[in-house]
Design a protein around this ligand. Structure first.
Ligand code: PLP
Length: 281
């Protein structure tokens, strides 16, 4: 992007670990520490058939010798996704729940909030959206050792964004790119997660226009962009989160959203296992 005089860097959280990639490790780190401190024996969570969150959780559970269970959105498909097969292989117990029941589960936001919990069980809300997750995400900021003006991140639950906002200096601009349609509710979620922290002077914003039709929906121009980016930079993207963020970010850069000379860092949040759901990539 030399013509706009902008510099773009990627923070490669996709390289953190071959399986527990990106922001899922950041979010889980202190949540797991908390679960272990409570002597939890089973962690129960929820997600879709391609969930990066469940993928990371199941693998970590196996490594730590903690039982994991998951409520999966929708009916059991005749052919299980590669992600679901991994979850089963790593010993996660799966329960398929209707879309209505799945939505209901989103109201339980605390580790002990699920109904009918047994002793030793720990409830982990969708996407690891807990205040405890922010602390791990904050470590991304601590690791950045170059000067920058703006930090960009894709948003699902916007927990990662909240963690970046909590830790970034006030002169930094934090930009989220919503992976889902109609995501204006995410602003309140971020406020809620930041509730106990004084972040009034922080500059953050969620771009709502780069969802490409909805969560995990794609369009040819997005897939073309991803293929071009991968060829040019030899860095893999996936279409659910990182592809949409970078498409949106490139568009903003071309539209003059940033001031000439600014340095921008985009967080590559990983999630490449989810790419297995897209045959054309
Ligand atoms: C889960 C995920 C996100 C979204 O993170 P939130 O904290 O839920 O906003 C972004 N990128 C990737 C690759 C993910 O797997």
């Amino acid at each position: 992007m030399a013509e706009q005089g902008l510099e773009l860097y990627l923070k490669r959280d996709d390289l953190l670990h071959p399986i527990i990639s990106g922001n899922k490790w950041r979010k889980l780190k202190y949540i797991l520490e908390h679960a272990l401190s409570l002597k939890a024996q089973t962690i129960i969570s929820m997600g879709g058939a391609y969930s990066n969150h469940l993928h990371a959780l199941a693998y970590i559970g196996k490594q730590l010798g903690i039982k994991t269970k998951a409520k999966i959105r929708g009916e059991r498909p005749a052919k299980l996704s590669p992600t679901l097969l991994d979850l089963i292989a790593w010993g996660m117990e799966l329960e398929f729940v209707s879309r209505t029941d799945y939505r209901q589960l989103r109201q339980y936001k605390q580790h002990d909030a699920l109904l009918d919990m047994q002793a030793g069980e720990y409830w982990l809300p969708e996407g690891g959206a807990m205040v405890l997750a922010l602390q791990g995400v904050a470590e991304i900021i601590a690791e950045i050792n170059i000067e920058y003006d703006a930090l960009c991140v894709p948003c699902g639950t916007a927990t990662t964004l909240a963690g970046l906002v909590s830790a970034a200096a006030e002169d930094k601009q934090i930009l989220g790119f919503a992976a889902l349609k109609g995501a204006s509710f995410l602003e309140a979620e971020v406020q809620h997660l930041l509730n106990n922290q004084s972040c009034h002077n922080k500059q953050w914003l969620i771009q709502l226009d780069y969802h490409f039709g909805g969560f995990a929906k794609v369009k040819p121009e997005l897939l073309d962009f991803i293929q071009q980016f991968e060829q040019q930079h030899q860095i893999q993207l996936e279409p659910v989160y990182t592809g949409k963020m970078l498409y949106g970010l490139y568009t903003l850069m071309q539209q003059g959203f940033f001031k000439s000379g600014q340095k921008i860092i985009a967080v590559h949040t990983g999630g490449l296992q989810g790419k297995r759901g897209f045959a054309t990539l």
